[in-house]
Write a protein of this length. Structure first.
Length: 470
């Protein structure tokens, strides 16, 4: 089966970039990305490419090339579904905030709505692709919904095609993926044909040997497993960063020493203020919940520890600021450089900065933030979502500037929360001169040249080293 038209439901951080790259690489296929969020679709259609709703290096160029040629963004969901041979579901699957599984299970209501909508509007056979990250065995629920077509003679094949892109490097990850994973019903001819149809889309730019096909369940579970393993590495190195601080070992030296063992590998061993992002926490909680529902208590506890360690690391960073500033930050200005959960993205979901700010605001500090890509309103939305204090209190406790020097002026301490490259290029002497003394600096990302800053006069805290001066 040759795919001529693709629809993707969900124009977010995954749907937008993924479909833009598919459209760029498959000019013969019409790709329509739909969303119920009209503002988001308008932003994807904005002539000014700096207004795209997702900031990713290189994405503007890809969109510019394909948009209007074979890439379209629209709110006409029904029409796009019916026109397509292949429908990707790329909607959000957040952690449930209510009812059974609250705080752990994935909320599948948006997925179910999509499946119902596809079943309702489809008049021709379709391949439905799970692009969202889903609990293992979701495809069987989607299948039972899709099979309910009110007597219409329409058939569906379901594939699982999880996305492994990381934000900030989405375009290069999509163009050169380590692998593409496609799970399908490889026991039937129709299932095999569906798998082949999706393989032939990716084969336009991904070498065949890197396109892995499996059964649906392995594919669904591999996505949760990949994120759990990656997050586990960060929590593992972060746990040792605390031990390094007590023992004069240096976490970067330890990471380098163990990372050179090819069995361990060097990636994802950077100690930090804690991992953030929309995926790691949500997907591990989901894994923990699935294990619990099968009665696998030890499995659930094992993976939950990755989250417990991460929460500890974020809290530890905030408490360290408080204790270093003579056990009180009340009324003191603390400058935050960075709010995004990592560099090169405007995404703030689960960013460590939010939790560190929350702890410091509870101690009545005055926070001033500078982030090169995050909108001011987003920061307030992030804090309000925690429900720790009123929206007005969040607004009076935290201010935002567009100038890093202004943010740091008169501050008692600076905290580096995101590893934006531009922070390394600042005039740190000028920043020091304009701060309260002692001028404390807490590098939550191991980003800056600490000996150089100490020469200027800063009193520095670096994650995972003994910090003798503090
Ligand atoms: P997102 O919140 O940025 O985007 C989801 C979009 O879906 C939103 O714009 C929302 O309006 C839209 N939507 C929801 N219900 C809809 C409906 N019924 N009809 C039309 N549109 C609808 O989410 P995201 O970050 O793109 O993540 C999407 C999925 O991909 C999640 O399951 C996530 O776990 C997974 N994932 C995310 C990443 C990442 O880096 N963000 C990476 C891999 C996988
Ligand atoms: C992650 C997965 O990497 C990706 O494959 C999946 O598709 C989605 O989830 P993402 O959350 O976008 O991607 O970014 P990632 O680079 O994994 O970073 C996640 C968090 O871990 C960030 O806050 C990052 O700063 C932190 N991190 C990462 C560390 O603290 N240390 C590291 O060594 C690596």
């Amino acid at each position: 089966m040759k795919i001529k038209s693709i629809c993707c439901i969900g124009a977010g951080y995954v749907g937008g970039p993924t479909m833009a790259v598919i459209a760029q690489k498959c000019p013969q296929v019409k790709v329509t990305v739909v969303d119920i969020n009209e503002a988001r679709i308008n932003a994807w259609n904005d002539k000014d490419l700096s207004k795209l709703p997702v900031y990713e290096p290189g994405l503007d160029k890809v969109v510019e090339e394909a948009r209007g040629r074979n890439l379209f963004f629209s709110t006409q969901v029904d029409q796009a579904i019916d026109e397509a041979d292949m429908v990707f579901i790329s909607v959000n699957t957040p952690t449930k905030t209510y009812g059974k599984g609250k705080g752990m299970a994935a909320d599948l209501k948006y997925i179910e709505l999509c499946a119902r909508q596809i079943a309702r509007v489809a008049t021709t056979d379709k391949i439905v692709v799970e692009k969202s990250t889903l609990p293992v065995r979701t495809a069987s629920a989607i299948k039972s919904i899709l099979d309910n077509t009110n007597g219409k003679d329409v058939k569906f094949q379901i594939l699982s095609n999880p996305e492994f892109l990381a934000e900030g490097t989405a375009v290069t990850d999509l163009l050169n993926p380590d692998r593409v994973l496609i799970g399908g019903d490889n026991d039937t001819t129709e299932g095999k044909e569906a798998i082949e149809a999706l393989v032939s889309i990716y084969a336009n730019w991904v070498p065949k040997e890197q396109i892995l096909t499996t059964n649906v369940w392995s594919s669904e579970l591999s996505k949760l497993t990949a994120n759990a393993f990656l997050a586990q590495r960060v929590s593992s190195i972060n746990s040792l960063s605390e031990l390094c601080e007590k023992t004069e070992a240096d976490v970067n030296e330890v990471a380098k020493a163990i990372g050179m063992d090819s069995r361990i590998g060097s990636k994802f061993l950077k100690a930090s203020v804690g991992f953030g992002g929309s995926c790691f926490q949500k997907d591990i909680l989901n894994l923990v919940y699935i294990a619990k529902t099968y009665g696998l208590t030890e499995v659930a506890d094992y993976w939950e520890q990755v989250i417990i360690m991460n929460d500890h690391q974020k809290r530890r960073f905030a408490h360290n600021i408080i204790s270093t500033l003579f056990n009180t930050v009340s009324g003191k200005k603390i400058a935050f450089l960075g709010w995004a959960f990592k560099k090169d993205t405007n995404d703030t979901r689960e960013s460590a900065a939010i939790y560190v700010a929350d702890e410091l605001l509870s101690e009545q500090s005055q926070i001033s933030v500078y982030d090169p890509k995050v909108e001011t309103e987003q920061m307030y939305t992030d804090l309000d979502y925690l429900n720790t204090r009123s929206s007005e209190e969040n607004r009076s406790g935290l201010s935002v500037t567009q100038d890093p020097y202004e943010t740091c002026k008169d501050a008692h301490a600076i905290a580096i929360l995101t590893e934006w490259d531009e922070f390394k290029t600042y005039d740190w002497q000028k920043i020091y001169d304009q701060m309260q003394k002692p001028a404390f600096l807490f590098d939550g990302r191991g980003l800056l040249d600490i000996p150089k800053l100490e020469e200027i006069g800063f009193v520095c805290y670096k994650i995972g080293s003994s910090n003798k001066n503090l």
